[in-house]
Design a protein around this ligand. Sequence first.
Ligand SMILES: [Zn+2]
Length: 448
Amino acid sequence: MLKSKEVCQILELVRSYSVPIRDDRVWGLITWYVKALQNAIDMIWDNIEWRYSFPELVRKGKKLVVIRGLKVRIPIIPRDRAFKKRLREELMKDNPYAAHWVDAVIRTAYSIMENWRRRYLRGRARKVKPRIRRRFARCKTTLMKIDYQAKSIRITLKQGEYLSISWRSTWFEHRVRGWAVGEVIIFDDRVVIPFKSSKEIEVRRVIGWDSNELSLDGYEPSIGFIHVDLKPLQSMKILYERKKAIAQRKGRRELYEKYVRRERDREKDFINKLSAGLRMLFPNTIHVFEDLDKEDLVSRKKRRKKRRKRNARTPWRRIHRRMSEVALTASVDPRNTSRECPRCGYVVETQEGHVFECPRCGLKMNRHKVASINIRRRYLEGKRRRKRRAGMRGFPHSNEPEETMMVELWVGVTPSGRSPVIWIPMKRDPEGDEAKGRGLDIKQYQAR
Ligand SMILES: [Zn+2]
């Protein structure tokens, strides 16, 4: 539990809905937009500077720490005023629309390039210039006039020429009442409108989550340990891997594509249900995860090892992203989270197997549990450090983990018939009956 004085944090929610549009001018707009966007990307790409980045060592206390282990080439995206001016002038040459549309194009081009750069540095994208394959036009708020009373948006095409859309009498009208409209995206047949709302949430709990191959393992002192089973997701993915392999072997492209789509849908469904379930089960909570981006930056060599640990099958980034959309989340540096003793702070050199053993204080505990305690503590310590106060270890005041960590919650999403149903366990009631509610299933587990 946090101190009696509760902290409030703002949770930003975004919901996107689309409204159909039928307007002959849309096709022309999108055609110009996509062409201009590709031109902008081409220009940025041609002006990228490839800089060598050398191995870097930093002294931390008595130790030398490797920040980057290998010599790598890093793309630097041009951002100086002179370049941006040139880019804008070039795009303005062939622009029949309002000047703000060129700014919208430039911004989208930069965000695509930034995205590519991040993925490239993580080893997830190749050194290939991004190509625009979809027909769309992303607007800018300066091009939009929103009438919340009439529930309509007027988009400027050029001076005196507008596109009008409205979300009045739509099925989602009531779901976004009082929400703010963000930048719309125009497609040939529809406009996607993002609605935003900020909700103030009282933080009463902080849960540290360790993201593992087959499970998500959490810890919070008032709850104990939480074990989220991800095996159903794993077996679903294995099943589709097999199906895809068979389709590929038989050379059936269409069937293969169908499986790809289905797998994606089922994965999305699983992640949505998991996130919604965790939010429901743990309200007023900050969920702390490891920062996967930081992990990748540590070194490319190390990353391969880590990926083996996490398993490429489990879509961690998607799970973290979805969680951050529906609940308060935070991330911490993932280094050493499963190698540091949560009782005395000793860092063991190597850690093999499932059980953590501290040579200094003798603590014996499941490695995932150790990591979840450390992740939680790291977040709280970071907060405290920001307030210039001394840190403390992860255990509650009694310093006896065995007392507060007796119970382990089991949470999972299991397929039931055709549509997966979430089952979430809660603490067993004192009589020892397995309490059930809202299709939730309960299992209890004694911590060792
Ligand atoms: Zn220890």
